[in-house]
Ligand binder design. Sequence first.
Ligand code: ATP
Ligand code: MG
Length: 419
Amino acid sequence: MEETQKYRLMHEIHEAFTPGAPIDSKDLFAGRKKQRERVMGTIFQKGQHAILFGERGVGKTSLANTIYDFLVMMGKFKYQRARVNCSEETEFGDIWRSVFKQLTYEPNRDVTLSLEDALPDNPSPENIKETFQLMSGPSIVVIDELDRLGDPDIQTRLADTIKTLSDNAIDTTLILVGVADTIEQLIAEHESIQRALVQVPMQRMSKAELLEIVDKGLFKCEPLIILPYVRERIADYSHGLPFYAHLLAREAALNAVDAERTVIVIDDLEYAVKQAVDSQLESMLGAYNRAVSAPRGNNYKPVLLACALALKNEQRMFFARDVMEPLRCITTKIYKVPAFAKHLKEFCEETHGPILERRGPPRKVQYRFIAPLMEPYVILRGLAENLIKEAQLIPPSERSTAFAQLSLLPPASDPAIEL
Ligand SMILES: Nc1ncnc2c1ncn2[C@@H]1O[C@H](COP(=O)(O)OP(=O)(O)OP(=O)(O)O)[C@@H](O)[C@H]1O
Ligand SMILES: [Mg+2]
């Protein structure tokens, strides 16, 4: 491989796989057809607005960012757009000042002014409506990171704004975005605006969607190709989180090019896994080490790995009993729940975490990884440290529409019983 081709490919790989940044062009945007159609529907229907919510890192911002591109693709050029990221210090007025700074109106022919100048200080929801009324065409306004707002009063005023924009059929669509399990966590007063606010829950990605990320990215890196099995493994290891598909595909592709190959093979993925856990995800390493650090023989590592591989429900929750089977596969010993109940408890506390959260009444307690990205990280670390072998992991079906969830092959020999 010539030096120039190598550098060109490296550049293209970095452009195609961006674990650190949301997607902002439709060419690299994979899947999410249903959710996209739902948001499009709100844009075409006056008086409707959308709220995108889900776990951290599932791809909410990417969807909101690329909607405009899809509108343009459909030949709809008339929309103005604005986007704002909230933070703890953001006030209600700050949101709208930032939004209107990005939008213009034409008070007379040949005169274009920023709407920011038309916004009064300390604006009320009514003022927001009046400012939008100055516009002659439609607009799309993305308000992201809603979960970070410090003052709950802002939620109330946002709900009032939606109500007045909707009641007056103002030709703008607000797309609210935030990390939450339920809409109540983002907009407490949502009952009053139920009809005006279309809910778009963002689940983890299906295996097919994750595969599409790999394909779309590699399409931009010609003549690079990937062996089918390796492509599938990247999707499996991602656990429904597009961040990992980007990270693993990028690192594997870079390794192949570094070795002057145009085919990505399983060794490249193995390298990518090590690279991901050792150098790319340092922020997670600290929390991981705190969780598993213990004198030898205390089993924190295999128990945490078994938690990551335990069968989960839609909310990513699992019972203590669900840890038994993966723990048996990892250690080839049978541990009953009391043998690792202490570990689970400590993973939820300062002593070894908190890395898990606990919910539900006694005897029906369920657990969940607090940070969604931690769960695949623990599995990748297990692979990198040889606690489990790649060949032990059973892939989820490509046809399953739910998020991909790996499980372990049972050990070949009958395990010894440990209590
Ligand atoms: N539909 C998609 N196609 C391809 N890549 C995607 C898609 N959605 C998200 N990604 C990638 O996944 C990662 C996370 O995406 P994004 O930042 O949009 O998620 P988020 O839900 O907004 O995260 P956060 O909760 O941290 O704000 C990014 O690397 C992004 O490029
Ligand atoms: Mg985001």
